[in-house]
Design a protein around this ligand. Structure first.
Ligand SMILES: Nc1ncnc2c1ncn2[C@@H]1O[C@H](COP(=O)(O)OP(=O)(O)OP(=O)(O)O)[C@@H](O)[C@H]1O
Ligand SMILES: [Mg+2]
Length: 313
């Protein structure tokens, strides 16, 4: 491997998350005011949460994405910087609105309302070629929220691989429910990081065992996040499942999962870090699962992300 300045370059989404807990299942309209349990303003966006998680795990991380020149954009860049993530390649678009997400959390379930702002204009061309050459691993997040970037992922991953880097992709949800555009991308993706529902949708089958086989046959290694059930992958054609510890056993002082927002993105960070450090597959999944579960100790995606020591003890 050539010398690199960054263990990880994340290309993707960053936005403030407003997390409201205890909202009614169907909020009443008609200008009624409803008091809820808590409201938190935190760093969100799958890519930003993965970047912060990896930095907390000790990786040298750069983030490339797009924000507007508004208070939300300043909040996002400041939060990433404070976690030691290099944001010098981020594009600040004059006059544009930064993406903003409101999450209505109800226990483990949640409704997610996202105003994409300038996210849709993020493109592979935003990533300086020089930066790509300085990263050992390139991760792309939220494929379906960033259609321009999605178009450019094949070229981005080809260039990353040509420079000696490995690649991973977390598509997250497809709000349009079409799950298209991955044919060319999958064979260029070393690790695909869907959750269970996403894995089934991308593979176009109803059974998870079949889905991981199908995705592996399309030229990638799927590592599927299964919430409180842990995670699974495929090794030599055989499914490998790693359970999650109960959230209450996840660490000292941890109670039941407080908030699962960003657990999947913290899992991604754990898996990338474990692979970078050369851990075998099963152990890498265990570390990733620990990172996901430990992240549920506090509200928001980044507040409770573990250090490498915490994730591996
Ligand atoms: N209720 C829970 N209890 C214990 N661990 C959990 C729980 N929910 C999630 N996790 C941990 O977090 C990991 C990822 O969670 P999940 O399957 O929810 O990913 P995701 O759907 O991609 O999440 P995200 O909303 O961040 O995109 C799981 O593999 C598990 O380790
Ligand atoms: Mg996810």
């Amino acid at each position: 491997m050539a010398f690199t300045d960054f263990d990880l370059l994340v290309v993707g989404d960053a936005n403030p998350d407003v997390i409201v807990s205890g909202a009614p299942r169907r909020p009443a309209y008609g200008q009624r005011e409803h008091l809820v349990d808590t409201g938190d303003l935190v760093l969100g966006g799958s890519g930003a949460i993965t970047a912060c998680g990896a930095a907390r795990l000790g990786l040298r991380v750069a983030f490339a994405g797009r924000v507007g020149d508004d208070p939300a954009g300043a909040f996002v860049l400041d939060a990433l910087r404070r976690r030691g993530v290099d944001v010098s390649a981020c594009v600040v678009e004059p006059g544009a609105a930064t993406a903003l997400t409101v999450i209505l959390a109800d226990g483990q379930d949640r409704a997610i309302l996202t105003a994409p702002g300038c996210l849709g204009r993020t493109s592979a061309g935003d990533v300086p070629p020089g930066l790509l050459a300085r990263a050992a691993h390139v991760h792309v997040s939220s494929f379906y929220l960033q259609p321009l970037l999605a178009e450019g992922v094949p070229e981005l991953f080809r260039a990353a691989r040509a420079a000696g880097a490995t690649t991973s992709l977390d598509t997250n949800d497809d709000p349009a429910g079409r799950w298209e555009g991955l044919e060319e991308v999958l064979p260029l993706t070393d690790v695909l990081l869907p959750n269970e529902r996403e894995a089934l949708a991308i593979a176009g089958v109803a059974d998870l065992g079949r889905a991981v086989r199908e995705l592996a046959a399309r030229g990638t290694t799927p590592v599927v996040k299964c919430g409180a059930e842990g995670a699974m992958t495929i090794v030599d054609g055989e499914p490998l499942h790693v359970p999650a510890p109960a959230a209450k056993d996840a660490g000292e002082g941890a109670n039941d999962a407080v908030d699962t927002v960003g657990a999947g993105d913290s899992f991604d960070a754990g898996l990338i870090a474990a692979r970078r450090r050369g851990l075998p597959v099963r152990r890498s999944l265990e570390v990733a699962v620990a990172c996901g579960t430990l992240s549920t100790r506090a509200a928001g995606g980044t507040a409770a992300q573990p250090t490498w020591e915490e994730a591996t003890s």
